[in-house]
Design a binder for this molecule. Structure first.
Ligand SMILES: C[S@@+](CC[C@H](N)C(=O)[O-])C[C@H]1O[C@@H](n2cnc3c(N)ncnc32)[C@H](O)[C@@H]1O
Length: 228
């Protein structure tokens, strides 16, 4: 772990290495800067490692595809997609400029130039959202963590999927309460979803990509698309 102090923030670089489970020796290491100042604390969440593993496993489908990450924070899944050849746009709340700064810092740490960072606040149909180009994949890790925001997230996703009807929303979330559900909201916004079992992409482990973050957390993965 490298520790560096920028002009006003204490930043630690965390490395994640994604490998083939069998066969080839292919691997990818990315570095994600985490801000240590608790006031601005922004770090990789367990769900992000799982989603990044899914991106890595499906990297062959993502070359030259346009990928947008919502609520990206330090942007591990988006950075992995960009390193695997996708044209990536990162986004976080327009009201949280420090989160957007985290997106930019993660790009810089991985030598990624030309990755756009947008302020997309969930539920707001802003000019930046309206002018997002046609997408193939939308990523969102741990964006379903505050029940009062669930519908706003889904409104943004539904808007983007209507603009890019073939796109899919790949999302992971940490199970924090047994009684929350997005099922009714998906129905309301005419979306459908399938659950992706973690063993299908070797993510059902406590240690992933060299990180112990998944640990004992229960993380789920869904693919959401426009309803038929
Ligand atoms: C639990 S963190 C997950 C961060 C990152 N996706 C990960 O998994 O490591 C939630 C993220 O959503 C962003 N966020 C919170 N409220 C938001 C909103 N209303 N619109 C857009 N992004 C928001 C936060 O800034 C933060 O980056």
């Amino acid at each position: 772990m490298d520790k560096s102090t920028t002009s006003h923030l204490d930043v630690v670089l965390k490395s994640f290495t994604f490998e083939e489970s069998e066969g080839t020796q292919e691997s990818l290491t990315v570095s994600i800067p985490e801000v240590l100042d608790p006031q601005y604390g922004m770090y990789v969440w367990p769900s992000a490692v799982v989603l990044a593993q899914y991106v890595w496993t499906h990297r062959g489908e993502l070359v030259d595809k346009t990928v947008l990450e919502l609520g990206a924070g330090v942007s591990l899944p988006g950075v992995v997609a960009a390193r695997c050849g996708s044209s990536v746009i990162l986004s976080d709340s327009a009201r949280l400029p420090l989160s957007m700064e985290n997106c930019r810092r993660s790009c810089a740490a991985n030598g990624l130039e030309g990755v756009r960072v947008l302020g997309l606040t969930w539920g707001e149909i802003s000019p930046d959202l309206v002018f997002v180009p046609a997408l193939d994949v939308i990523l969102g890790s741990d964006v379903f963590y505050e029940p009062e925001d669930f519908e706003d997230v889904i409104v943004s996703v539904a808007f983007l999927l209507k603009k890019s009807p073939k796109a899919e929303f790949w999302t992971t979330y940490q199970e924090r309460s047994a009684d929350w559900s997005i099922e009714a909201l998906l129905h309301k916004w005419k979306l459908q979803c399938v659950s992706v079992p973690l063993p299908s992409f070797n993510a059902n482990v406590a240690q992933l990509a060299g990180s112990t973050l998944p640990g004992r957390h229960t993380v789920q993965m869904l693919i959401i698309s426009l309803g038929k």
